[in-house]
Design a protein around this ligand. Sequence first.
Ligand SMILES: NC(=O)C1=CN([C@@H]2O[C@H](COP(=O)(O)OP(=O)(O)OC[C@H]3O[C@@H](n4cnc5c(N)ncnc54)[C@H](O)[C@@H]3O)[C@@H](O)[C@H]2O)[C@@H](O)CC1
Ligand SMILES: Nc1ncnc2c1ncn2[C@@H]1O[C@H](COP(=O)(O)OP(=O)(O)O)[C@@H](O)[C@H]1O
Ligand SMILES: [K+]
Length: 494
Amino acid sequence: MREAHDVWQVRAAEAALMALLPDGALMERAAAGLAATCAGLLGRVHGSRVVLLVGSGDNGGDALIAGARLARRGARVDALLLAPQRAHAGGLAALRGAGGRILPADALGFPAAAHDLVAAADLVVDGIVGIGGRGGLRAPADDLARAAAQSRAVVVAVDLPSGVDADTGAVAAEAVRADVTVTFGTWKPGLLVDPGASYAGAVELVDIGLQPPAPVLRAPQHVDIAALLPTPARETDKYARGVLGLAAGSERYPGAAVLAAGSALRAGVGALRYLGPRAVADAVVSAHPEVMAGSGRVQAYAVGPGLDTGEEARGRFAAALDGGVPVLVDADALTLLAEAGPKALEGVPGALLTPHAGEAVRLLAGLGESPTRADVEAERLTWAVRLAAGYDATVLLKGSTTVVADPRGEVWVNPTGTPYLATAGSGDVLTGVAGALLAAGLTPAEAAVAGAYLHGLAGRIASDGDVPCAASDVSAALPAAWRAVREAGAPDEE
Ligand SMILES: NC(=O)C1=CN([C@@H]2O[C@H](COP(=O)(O)OP(=O)(O)OC[C@H]3O[C@@H](n4cnc5c(N)ncnc54)[C@H](O)[C@@H]3O)[C@@H](O)[C@H]2O)[C@@H](O)CC1
Ligand SMILES: Nc1ncnc2c1ncn2[C@@H]1O[C@H](COP(=O)(O)OP(=O)(O)O)[C@@H](O)[C@H]1O
Ligand SMILES: [K+]
């Protein structure tokens, strides 16, 4: 599990550690890790051209000290100081001592000369701001971020790309686009959540000895998901494996039910009961003969894909909520839930809501909040947590980064997925997978985390080699995703 901590937690853990160490020891550790990564990226350090973008805080200090290490190995290192009076004194002395050049950005006839330096560099180190950054990059730092983006140099961000909010991943204005981010002590949420994550490139974590408390955000890996996947016991039967009731599809949208059903079957339900109009049931059964049409005992319901919002749909929604079992609420059922408000979930033993940003806006309106879709996409963590608390339910907020929040405030971010998943019916596949896991007895949060992970992995497999895929292909790739996760979780052979 990757664990991320917020700025407040990082600062507290750093303070505790610094109290035990000589002055500057922590920054030396950070800079040593940073310099090692830079050297690896350069291949040949001697004779390479390195430009440091140096802000006024310790983030700039890290860049300067790492730059000094590279200069001692023969790199030509130029530091562009954004605030010469406030640049890190120890870092300046170290770089000077190692033969690096120090250039106050304004004395250079900024921005033209600074641009030229950045354009000619092999490697640019972004030490403009780290966890002390607030809001979008201010001038002239924003201009240097643009210059770095245009240069052919490899861009390495120190701790996190400047301009990305460490706690939320929000990018208020210009931010540095890094090829690699070297982060210290622990992951920052902004490195895992879009839009920030999309600026970070490959992230390397440098251990500086920090011992932070419980994380604010977790990103599961294959082994974590493998531990959640149900394995049928020898003497199991189909009821013990979990029966899912699927209330999906309508005469207008029969395909959603077919996709969700096929995906639930591939995600290990013992049996699937389909609940809906006769014509749709016929389509589902003809595509998946294993499906039973009609109601009966189930261990969980999944309700919503292609449901529609008319009288008949409302009846199916109400029946699912009254069933006394956990319920996954998606798509049209989220519209009905937003109308009814959180009280509609009272008495449901475990609800999992799976909105995209547009549906999240509707649900939030039911809580008296009025963010736009763009607001939700800019600060997914905040809004997912608010929804989970407001509806007292687990929320899986879909999108370019999917996040899961449970009502107690635990939050996960899904690291798998591909933009090719932005295709009609892809959400129906997710509903099938997560619904099956809920029926198998996983908690709503476990079903959401594992469901999103498998769905994202199946999307990557289906779009292998960067080719478009249909939602049906994603569904068909579920067994391969499952296998990949299982293999990673299996104990090593002797
Ligand atoms: N505290 C520690 O023990 C350690 C800190 N380290 C480094 O220290 C960093 C944090 O240092 P600081 O607390 O000094 O803060 P930063 O260096 O992240 O940034 C603070 C400075 O940036 C300016 N600034 C803030 N927002 C800005 C914006 N939007 N545009 C332009 N300028 C802006 C502020 O005026 C302030 O002077 C970490 O990210 C990490 O790189 C590492 O050396 C590891 C050890
Ligand atoms: N840009 C993107 N990158 C990665 N995944 C995405 C992106 N856009 C959408 N997705 C994923 O695709 C799925 C789309 O679901 P949804 O919006 O419900 O679509 P539909 O209703 O057409 O099935 C979700 O799992 C979502 O997380
Ligand atoms: K930075």
